[in-house]
Design a protein around this ligand. Structure first.
Ligand SMILES: *Cc1c(COP(=O)(O)O)cnc(C)c1O
Length: 394
């Protein structure tokens, strides 16, 4: 079993977890080829999540920018408002197949916690979400949503008390109770087999986009664009275009206040190779290899690393990794609200910011698909605070 993406990935975990990871990989590989598993997942994606999500031609936005035609893959219209449910649904079915009665998950902004609490309620499983105490305080509405869905929230006070520390705590917990507990990781990262299975569950985004673009435009897009936190929505979009190198695959990292300031969350553009959370990948670290705190206006991009497949794609130049700073993301948020009547997540606004920058360089024959990974209702307070701080009109 190849657990690596070039030098990246692997299974850097204590011995107590290798058995649980082996069991998970075996279950997944069997389930993948089981038509009944696939049929149940497809049925839930259709009737519960609301797939397929539309591909939408953003005509007014494209005309305003005066270049490329921009299409939006509307993952924001999924149940719970983002792409994360594609993955939590798949992993919850695996948990049930393995006879596990309890789900645990890490969360930062709280979106993955809500998506996990949602599927736990749907399948009648116990659920506990690990969340840094700093995030518990600043993401109160999502903590309330998790409680409403019947989940417990465990507030983690170690380290910087944010996502990185929550994931450490969840891995530790899993090592002590993996016989009845399933660890549901929220992005295409962590020890093998998580990067593989999360990608597979999110690949529905890219596969649908490819088919929809062929139907609507009669050809493939020139570029597909997605924001990169841990990298799950991006790798899911990229998965639809692996055999078509003419389709440029663009990931957009959070540049925060600018890479040069050190205040960012761009692990590929501003990080170094290291090991954390069971994998080798690019991480933000100091000269001694200590993990650094991330900064981004968008809480959902605040992960100090990135999934291993993206590291390999970046090294081999099979995908391009751009950066959008806070100010560009907030401006892109405003632009989409005003020109299309769609309030995008701040995470997705980073991908939009790239498209807005790129579109005027091309003509109408050029097609850019932006993955709109989530809706932005959750970000209204954040945007207001950002604008007040920077003296911008609300
Ligand atoms: C969590 C989240 C992201 C970032 O996660 P990836 O694993 O990089 O996709 C992006 N957009 C939204 C809306 C999110 O909730």
């Amino acid at each position: 079993m190849n657990m690596h993406y070039g030098i990246y990935g692997g299974q850097y975990v204590p011995e107590t977890l290798t058995g649980a990871l082996r069991e998970l990989a075996q279950t997944y590989l069997e389930a993948k080829d089981d038509p009944a598993f696939r049929a149940e997942l497809d049925d839930l994606l259709k009737h519960y999540v609301g797939r397929e999500s539309p591909l939408y031609y953003a005509k007014r936005l494209s005309e305003h920018l005066g270049g490329s035609r921009i299409y939006l893959k509307r993952e924001d219209l999924n149940h719970t408002g983002a792409h994360k449910i594609n993955n939590t649904m798949g992993q919850a079915l695996l948990a049930r197949r393995m006879g596990k009665k309890r789900l645990i998950a890490e969360t930062g902004a709280g979106m993955h916690g809500v998506a996990t609490a949602t599927v736990a309620a749907l399948f009648g499983m116990e659920c506990e979400i690990f969340m840094g105490s700093v995030d518990v305080a600043r993401q109160a509405p999502n903590v309330d949503r998790m409680h409403a869905l019947g989940a417990k929230v465990r507030s983690i006070t170690e380290g910087g008390a944010t996502l990185k520390d929550a994931m450490n705590a969840a891995l530790r917990e899993w090592a002590s109770c993996s016989d009845y507990t399933f660890y549901l990781i929220g992005t295409a990262a962590g020890p093998y087999p998580y990067p593989m299975l999360v990608k597979d569950f999110q690949s529905v985004i890219g596969k649908e986009t490819r088919r929809q673009c062929l139907e609507m435009c009669g050809r493939l897009p020139d570029e597909v664009v997605a924001c990169v936190g841990g990298g799950s929505n991006a790798i899911g979009m990229f998965a639809g275009f692996e055999d078509t190198p003419q389709v440029r695959r663009v990931g957009v990292e959070a540049g925060g206040m600018g890479i040069a300031t050190g205040q960012h969350a761009a692990s590929i553009n501003g990080g170094k190779v290291g090991i954390l959370h069971g994998m080798k990948a690019y991480f933000l670290q100091d000269a001694n290899g200590q993990m650094l705190d991330t900064y981004s206006v968008s809480a959902g991009l605040d992960y100090p690393g990135v999934g291993p497949e993206h590291c390999l794609l970046a090294d081999e130049k099979l995908a391009t990794y751009e950066v959008a700073n806070d100010d560009e993301a907030v401006a892109a948020f405003d632009t989409l609200c005003r020109f299309e009547g769609i309030i995008p997540a701040l995470e997705s606004s980073h991908a939009l910011a790239y498209a807005i920058r790129e579109a005027p360089k091309h003509d109408r024959d050029h097609i850019i698909v932006v993955n709109l990974s989530g809706r932005g209702d959750k970000d209204m307070d954040n945007i207001k605070q950002y604008k007040e701080k920077h003296g911008q009109a609300l």
